[in-house]
Design a protein around this ligand. Sequence first.
Ligand code: F6P
Ligand code: MG
Length: 426
Amino acid sequence: SFAYFTIKDRLPQILTRVIDTLHRHKNEFFEEHGEKGVEAEKRAISFLSKLRNELQTDKPVTPLEDDLPDAALWNQYLDYQRNLSNGNGEPSWFQSPWLYAECYMYRRIHAALVQNPPIDNFDVFKEGKAQNFFESQEAVIALCTYFQELLKNIKDLEEKQVKEELFKLLQVSLCGNKCDLSFSAGGDSSQKSSPLQSLENMIPYILVNDMEKLWSLLVNAKKGNTEKSNVRIDIILDNAGFELVSDLVLADFLLSSKLADEVHFHGKSIPWYVSDTTKHDFNWTIKQLQSANHMWMSRCGINWEGNLKKGVWVYQDHMFWTLPHDFSCMAEVAPDLYADLQKSNLLLFKGDLNYRKLTGDRKWEYTVPFHQALNKFHPAPLCSLRTLKSDTQVGLKPGQGEQIQATEPEWMVSGKYGVIQSDAAL
Ligand code: F6P
Ligand code: MG
């Protein structure tokens, strides 16, 4: 299965890249911290080499030994896996659920750094994320230019035109999800061309397309909220680089078109799945845009910083997003986050990993309703914008999956297909 290939090949590749990255920064660590920096780098590398060996030789998964606030939850989760294995030995790398093993690797990478001050704040994936951003420059310029032109007369747009523009930007944001670095094991995955040019061609590849439902929800939320509180939309972010820019443009459009009054962004509190957005990436991206030598890019950056200052954009993170649990456990494991999401009018979940966590990463029949796969997770109306990069898919029409499978055996993992899929209760 794709899970096997990932654990066998892709994860060791990612670990090797992490080790190389640390090696390459040795001089920098020395300049910044002297011998202590170099010692820390050596310790982190030996920790990571051990981790790679454990993975490749299918050793049992071991409890975390650091004292970060989430360690106890991870260790409880391991106990739970042990109980599931019913005395059939310790859960090991190849004998554990894929989602768990993969999340666990990223958490151990984090431990390797965090336990080794003074390099404990070093994000081993930072360079790759920045590179993705710079390599997507043309696409970023095209998108920012298009958007700033649109803003010029946004007040005069008729409802039908607002809807059309929303649909375009939702598709750009979906398309942005192709640019993820864990999928390419850290290799190039930038957006080279303007994403706006090929939107029409993309339509046949959107297997579930609930944009009309989203539109109705937003229009009704606005009507229902004239005197009440704000319309709040939450975007559960995925990758930094071009995808993040596409999400920020979407968020700006939601405010500028007055479909929403505030947008909350949810990022990761630790480096995650190579390219996922942390607070640092979020702020860095906005600063890069601001200081860009291009009028429309920099206008976007300035406006977005303004939105954050005004409080109409809010960046949040929570450790739940980097736990191995699927989202049906959120109400129990992170009741504060669940309660916060309940205040939202719409939750937009970006990306493949979020989809796996929404659906419990199970091998569902393709026709199982999304609502059923969510297993009661419903803090607020929700929608997933995801390109398919793992073999879990629900909510298809009878025969739809089988038909594509017949001609394109890789359809679930190629990143070519996507969904804009809302839960039925929307
Ligand atoms: O290991 C692969 C994976 O978990 C896939 O599910 C997906 O390709 C990727 O990592 C994460 O994708 P995304 O950035 O869209 O969540
Ligand atoms: Mg990601």
